[in-house]
Design a protein around this ligand. Structure first.
Ligand code: CTP
Length: 394
């Protein structure tokens, strides 16, 4: 259908960016970025009609559109463009350009390839800057010497692609990157953009490599000079990497735990500053502070807990992020098992005895009533194959 629309409109159309890179590497990538050499918005509107897609969202200012084919299938469509910077880190001036211009404004050669998907040259790889060769040679290479200066976010992007694919920074690229850092360009990235790139890096596999880059090139220092990526932190990151199943079970993002691990040694004031820079919500910060404050006590309670109800009482008021942090930091197998028991089992159990059961027994609502329900629930946690009758009899 893309082919048909392109033929009708007489425009060339390409898959671009990450999806082309990952197709060549044989890696799954669900972000479908399409560039039209012509009018991306008009193209998107026609494509929507031809596909019978759900909707299309357009951004006139950027000449881009998103065609929502189904909830889990979106096509990002842009008009090929030329971008240039009037001064380093300024917002780029954007004009229509051809596909070559569009590739030249990109960060690295491996991200600057296009795959033609129109009827003119279907399946042709457009690779002006040696991306294919660099993929084979496992190199991260910028297209020109001002790349990091014009968009310093690319400094962090270089680390994340290098870490993710196990690639090296090409020699000149590494020099340009180091110069950009020495000249203070890391400081010019806005915090939301740093967070956005770190979130992706921290979510990737091969995390330790990424952390080493961030440490070596002083990105951590930029976040806070007291972040020390030491052996203990490295080990904690490695332990986190083994907890993917647990994280997906509780639906907690890995990147959030990585943040908590690296911020571990900061004093309260510094920590608040970092949380604010990265826009963590007040609600999150409160829950975090409470959990950290209680950490020693929780550990004592867990240590002596020998019944399910003891484990439940220790962890029930603590946020899941902190519970997992304690799991990661603690060496004792026994404590880890208790925490896993809480996460996988205890935290999912619903009370069998409910308010209406007590009302039926003629009890009146009040503080005692609530306390009774809690006691019943604790009993339920401690007996095997609990039923209402068994609990009420105890
Ligand atoms: N891009 C760029 N400079 C940036 C950000 C993006 O040149 N600072 C270009 C690259 O060509 C990149 C494309 O825009 O491939 C899409 O960006 P993004 O979605 O951030 O990256 P992906 O390459 O798709 O990587 P990922 O798989 O991590 O999403």
């Amino acid at each position: 259908i893309v082919e048909a629309v392109s033929k009708k409109r007489g425009e060339r159309v390409f898959l671009v960016g990450g999806i082309v890179r990952d197709l060549i590497l044989g890696i799954n990538n669900k972000d479908i970025d399409i560039v039209v050499e012509g009018d991306g918005i008009k193209f998107a509107l026609e494509l929507k009609d031809m596909l019978g897609a759900k909707k299309v969202k357009t951004h006139e200012k950027f000449k881009t559109a998103v065609v929502v084919v189904q909830d889990d299938l979106k096509l990002d469509i842009a008009s090929s463009r030329l971008e240039y910077y009037e001064y380093p880190t300024s917002l780029p001036v954007v004009e229509y350009g051809n596909i070559r211009d569009d590739m030249y404004r990109r960060d690295f050669s491996i991200n600057a390839m296009a795959l033609e998907i129109d009827s003119y040259n279907f399946g042709k790889l457009i690779d002006f800057y040696g991306g294919y060769e660099d993929l084979a040679a496992k190199k991260i290479r910028v297209l020109h010497n001002l790349s990091f200066v014009e968009d310093p976010t690319r400094i962090i992007r270089a680390f994340r692609f290098a870490a993710r694919y196990g690639f090296e920074l090409e020699k000149d690229t590494e020099i340009f990157l180091k110069n950009a850092i020495t000249d203070g360009f890391l400081k010019k990235i806005s915090w939301p953009r740093v967070k956005q790139e770190l979130e992706i890096l921290f979510s990737d596999k091969n995390l330790t490599r990424g952390m080493e880059y961030l440490n070596e090139y002083k990105v951590f220092v930029e976040i806070n000079p007291n972040i020390k990526y030491d052996l203990e932190m490295k080990k904690n990151i490695e332990r986190l990497e083994t907890l993917e199943d647990l994280l997906s079970f509780v639906k907690i993002k890995k990147w959030l735990l990585v943040f908590l691990i690296i911020l571990e040694n900061l004093k309260k004031k510094e920590l608040d500053l970092v949380f604010n820079k990265f826009n963590f919500s007040n609600k999150f910060i409160e829950k975090y502070d409470y959990g950290i404050l209680m950490r020693e006590k929780i550990l004592d309670q867990l240590e002596s807990a020998d019944k399910n109800s003891d484990i439940y009482k220790a962890l029930n008021n603590i946020s899941m992020e902190i519970i997992i942090l304690i799991h990661i930091q603690n060496r004792k197998k026994e404590i880890k098992l208790k925490i896993e028991n809480y996460i996988y089992n205890l935290s999912k159990i619903k009370p069998l005895i409910r308010g209406e059961d007590l009302l039926k027994n003629g009890e009146l609502p009040g503080i005692e009533f609530k306390e009774k329900l809690r006691v019943y629930f604790m009993k339920q946690l401690d007996i095997e194959n609990p039923t209402k009758e068994k609990i009420l009899k105890m």
